[in-house]
Design a protein around this ligand. Structure first.
Ligand code: AMP
Length: 588
């Protein structure tokens, strides 16, 4: 419930916040004002994300400013000014088009946070092809599913990832015509059936004119998980740049000369919208770190790179808290002026720990793959209510509703009453479709609202408070995981008859993936079998998606229509009342 403490936004701010009065931005006309922040393609040829993020700065006074600084695991640093990034992304766009990959073709990018990923993403957008990121920690199964659903025509990946995860699937990817391989540490690659990234770019012209781009042209496909069935490809268009830009400016308070570090991986939506597009569009310098989480390394980056705005996630904040505040205090952070968080609930302790460690609170922000950009936030000039997601962004109408069986909604007006978090459609970065699934898209709306799938409350001051998910998807270390995808892989194991997967609360990761497994006749539960099934899942799904825990059970509860009753499994796990079990039929 709403605590009364407010954390005053520190006004000793080195910069005047971009939005001083929250009320200034209210109303849908805000979107057209936001659009005026951008240039558009020269000659009135439309709106292209890569032009706004890179080329317009490269053609102006920011040409020589650092756009991207990539810190490599091996200690090397790769830098691009806006001018250099423009040329390199031009080369990539030319390389793609020389392969016959053109407007509307989907290009999957499977790589860690390395310079080539950023170049390929932006070059793909210049070429008006569709950028679809794949998380590099995915195993072969999620990669195969997403490339197949997206009908990817090209894939950019590293030689290592290709050999381990893609080559074995290649003959099951009939649409995939081209694979572009990035060699280890810039080395050339010579793998059969692939192109070498370096050679392709070396042969490509560094001049490229972006073709006419309609704001409604598809730019990005981000796969996200639902409770049932295959992952959903959320389709975003070039117009999304309006929202990427303006939310970076208002919610993250980005100013043109900021040094910005978003710790999210570009394999997920945050790492693309705010790890690449938004900060570049705002003329900031982007820091990208290839290495995995390490508290000491992170503090050193914040201090030594002069990070001024930092966007991270609750799991990381909890891990830093666990490592001890002294570690944070071993450095000074004179440049740091704004901290924000996204992806999972940020508990009040996390917000306040920011003050303890850095003298600055964390500003929680809420959004999701479908919204493409920040929807609800604790803005720079706003008092923070620790534990609250904040207030809707200017231009955004958010509400708490009860969805009715007949497809309508009842608006909740009573403060603090729980209901579905809903958004009035129409913001520029709103998803425009679920790839190839018009019915699933339609189902996401009710009574003129987009129903987000989250349960929340709104207090009397208009702040929103996260309650939980309305569905069974799992949030583990900030990653959204579909139980169905995990269950399907478990069922491939010869010993598994039925599987039900839930998120089990975890003090650091938020939730961990836990599987309940019923065995086929002839198999007995044992520690060895548990290890074998876990290993099978890890190989097929990758460590982030695979279960961390298995519990053998005689039966997995399912409805008469065969749907796994994960809610029941979760209630049992938590020792809570099991609720309505009238449709229960146990799968044994
Ligand atoms: P994704 O689509 O992977 O970005 O996941 C979006 C989901 O993450 C949301 O629907 C929420 O369930 C959760 N989420 C994101 N931000 C927050 C937040 N600030 N507080 C609580 N949950 C969040």
């Amino acid at each position: 419930m709403a605590p009364t403490t407010l954390v005053k936004s520190p006004r000793k701010l080195a910069k005047v916040p971009n939005l001083l009065r929250y009320e200034e931005g209210i109303g849908p006309e805000f979107f057209s004002r936001a659009r005026e922040e951008l240039d558009g393609l020269p000659g009135g040829r439309g709106l292209n994300i890569a032009h706004e993020a890179v080329d317009r700065h490269a053609a102006g006074p920011r040409a020589g400013q650092l756009a991207l600084r990539c810190l490599r695991k091996n200690g090397k640093v790769h830098e691009f000014t806006y001018a250099e990034l423009a040329l390199e992304t031009n080369r990539f766009a030319n390389a793609l088009s020389s392969l016959g990959v053109g407007k509307g073709d989907l290009v999957g990018i499977l790589a860690g946070r390395i310079p080539e990923l950023y170049v390929a993403a932006l070059g793909t957008l210049k070429n008006r092809s569709v950028f679809s990121p794949l998380f590099s920690a995915f195993g072969p199964e999620p990669i195969h599913t997403r490339l197949t659903l997206g009908k990817a025509k090209a894939l950019v990946t590293t030689e290592l990832l290709y050999i381990r995860k893609v080559a074995p699937l290649r003959d099951r990817l009939p649409d995939l015509e081209h694979v572009i391989l990035i060699g280890e540490d810039g080395a050339e690659t010579n793998t059969e059936g692939t192109h070498d990234y370096r050679r392709l770019l070396a042969d490509a012209d560094d001049a490229y004119e972006i073709g006419p781009t309609d704001p409604g042209d598809v730019a990005l496909v981000h796969f996200t998980s639902g409770t049932t069935g295959r992952p959903k490809g959320a389709v975003h268009v070039h117009e999304a740049i309006v929202w990427h830009h303006v939310t970076g400016k208002l919610a993250l308070d980005l100013h043109p000369d900021d040094v910005f570090w978003c710790t999210a991986d570009p394999g997920w939506v945050t790492g693309t919208s705010y790890g690449i597009i938004s900060p570049l569009s705002n003329g900031a310098t982007v820091i990208a770190d290839e290495a995995e989480f390490d508290a000491r390394r992170w503090y050193a980056i914040l201090a030594e790179q002069g990070v001024s705005v930092w966007y991270t996630a609750p799991t990381a904040i909890r891990m830093l808290m666990k490592a001890g505040t002294e570690l944070a205090r071993a450095h000074e952070y004179p440049a740091l002026r704004f901290l924000a968080s996204v992806g999972e609930p940020l508990h009040p302790a996390g917000v306040l720990w920011g003050v303890e460690a850095f003298g600055l609170p964390f500003h929680d922000t809420w959004w999701q793959t479908e919204t493409g950009g920040i929807m609800i936030a604790n803005l720079a000039a706003m008092d923070i209510k620790p534990g609250s997601m904040g207030r809707p962004m200017p231009g955004i109408e958010a509400a708490i509703v009860h969805t009715r069986e007949d497809g309508g909604v009842d608006l909740v007006t009573e403060p603090l009453e729980e209901g579905d978090l809903a958004l009035r459609p129409g913001w520029p970065s709103m998803f425009r479709a679920y790839l190839g699934e018009p019915e699933r898209y339609e189902k996401a709306f009710a009574g003129g609202w987009y129903i987000t799938g989250d349960l929340a409350r709104r207090d009397e001051d208009g702040y929103f408070w996260f309650v939980g998910r309305a569905d069974d998807v799992i949030k583990s270390s900030g990653h959204l995981i579909g139980p169905f995808e995990v269950e399907s892989v478990l069922l491939e194991h010869p010993a598994v008859a039925h599987a039900g997967v839930i998120g089990k609360p975890d003090p650091v990761a938020g939730e961990i993936v836990k599987a309940f497994v019923a065995l086929k006749p002839g198999f007995e539960p044992s520690h060895e079998l548990e290890k074998e099934i876990l290993a099978h899942a890890r190989v097929r799904l990758g460590a982030v998606v695979a279960p961390k825990e298995i519990e053998f059970t005689d039966a997995v509860p399912a409805t008469r229509s065969g749907k796994i009753m994960r809610r029941l499994l979760k209630a049992r796990e938590l020792g809570l009342p099991e609720g309505d079990v009238s449709t229960l039929e146990t799968a044994e």
